[in-house]
Ligand binder design. Sequence first.
Ligand code: NAD
Length: 495
Amino acid sequence: MTLTLTRTDLIRTRHCIGGQWVDNRDGREAARHAVTNPADLSAIAEVADGGAADAQAAADAAHAAFASWRATPAKAGAAIVRKWHDLIQAHAQDLGKLISLEQGKPLAEGVGEVQYAASYVQWFAEQATRSNGEIIPAPVSGRRMMAVPEPVGVVAVITPWNFPAAMIARKIAPALAAGCTVVAKPAEDTPLTALALVLLAHEAGVPAGVLNIVAASRAQTPAVVDVWLADDRVRKISFTGSTPVGMHLARQSAATLKKLSLELGGNAPFIVFEDAELDAAVDGLMAAKFRNGGQTCVCPNRVYVHEAVHDAFVAKLAARVGALKVGPASDTSSQIGPMINARAVEKIERHVNDAVAKGARVVVGGRRLQGAALASPNYYAPTVLVDATPAMDCACEETFGPVVPVTRFSTEAEVIAQANATPYGLAAYFYSQDVRRIHRVTDALEAGIVGVNEGALAAEAAPFGGVKHSGYGREGSVHGLEDYQHLKYVCQGGL
Ligand code: NAD
C-alpha cells in the first residue's frame, strides 16, 4: 500500500503566521530542514526552518488577535472548534497517512491517533460553552461576589514527535476554547501533521492570527522558543516532552512568571500480583507497552511480577511478543513500526546491552532488525528481558521502545517501594482481584494516572498528567480548560 494523500495540499512546508503561509524572515528565506520517513529514510518534504524573527512575528500576530478572539461569544467560538473537529474527522485517512509517513506508526494506529486527537477537540468545543463562573455567598450584606474565568492570553505550545496530532490538538483545542490565542512549535521530526491541522483549523473558521505555527529544526528550536520565553505578552507555556527541556522552560519562564503546563517523561511501573487474572494482565501489558512501538510516555517501563506467577506470566507474554509483526506503515499487517530515528534505536540498544551485562536474560528479541522490507536501521525487535534489577539503565530511564524488562518480587510492600523509587510519576498500572489490595495499592502509588486491571487509560473526559518530575497541569476533562484560564474575583458593593 502507498501512503499517498487524497488531498496533497494538506502537506504544508511553511509557517502559518497571521493567517498567511509564509517563509522564514530576516534573510533566512532559504533555510529548510528535511522531514524523513523513519521506515526507509526517504525525504517527505523540506520544511521552513524558522528563527527569532518568525517567532516574533507569530507572537505579534497572536497578541493582536487576542482582544477580538477573547470577546467572541463562547457559542460562536465553540462552533469554530467543533467545525475543526468535523474537518479532522473528514480527513482522518489523510492525516493518519501523514502521521504514519513522518512518525512511522502503523496506519491503523495513525488513523486511531487522529480520532483520539479529534475526541479532545470535540470535548473542548463542548466545554467552551460550559465555562461557568461562580457566585460566592458574601460574608457581609450589600455585596455580590463573583469568580469569573478569563483566558490567560497568548499561549506558546511546544510538542513532541511521538503523537504528532494528539499532542498538539489537546493543547490548541482547550486554548482556543478558553479564548486564548496560540503560537505553536511542533517537533522537528514531525511538523507536517501539525501544519495540516493548522490548515484545517483555518478552513474551519479560526480567524487570522488566533493560531500561528512556526516550524524549526532541533538546532533552530531554541532561537524560536527563547523569543516566546522572553516575551511578557506570552502568558503561558504548554509543553509536552522530556523532563530536562521542561525544567529548562520552567526556569526560563520565571522572569515573566508565565503559567506552565508540563507533560514530561515517565517511568511507569506495571505490577502483576499473585491474584491477578494472568491473561487479562498480558492483554493489558501488550496494549499499554506496544502502542506506537513503546514510544509513549505512559507505556510500562518496568514490569514487576509476583514470584508465584512469574514463570507462567513470562511464558504467555513471550509468546505474544514473539508473534508481533514488525514492518513499515505501508504494510497493513505491521504491528510495530520503525523507531523515530537513529538516536532512539541507539538508546534502546544501550539499555538492552546494559541490562544483559548486569545479569538480565533475553527471552525474546534483544536485537535490531534488518531485511528487505525493513529498509532503515530504525527497527528493533520486540523484546522481553527477565531478571531485571533497579541498577539497570532500563529501570532508571525511559527506554521509549519495544522492550519489557521483568523483575520478580515477593511482597506488596517491596514492590510498592520499588515502583515509587523513581523521580517520575506519570502512569502506573497493576493487576489484582483483591478489592482491599486494589484500594491500598492505588493510594500508595505515586503517579498522576493509575490503571487498575486496565492497560489503555487515556480518554478526553479524564485528566491526563503527572506528579513529581513528570510535571504538572492536566489535559482533557473538565480540568483541562482551567489550565488556560485564570479566575477574576469581582466584588460588587453598595447593593
Ligand atoms: P524533547 O523534550 O526532546 O522535545 C520536545 C519538544 O521540545 C520538541 O518540540 C523540541 O523541539 C522542543 N525542544 C527541544 N529542546 C528545546 C529547548 N532547548 N527549548 C525549547 N524547546 C525545545 O522530547 P522528545 O524526545 O521529542 O519527546 C519524547 C519525550 O516526551 C519523552 O520523555 C516522553 O515521555 C515525553 N512525552 C510526555 C508526554 C506526557 O503527556 N507526559 C506525552 C508524550 C511524550
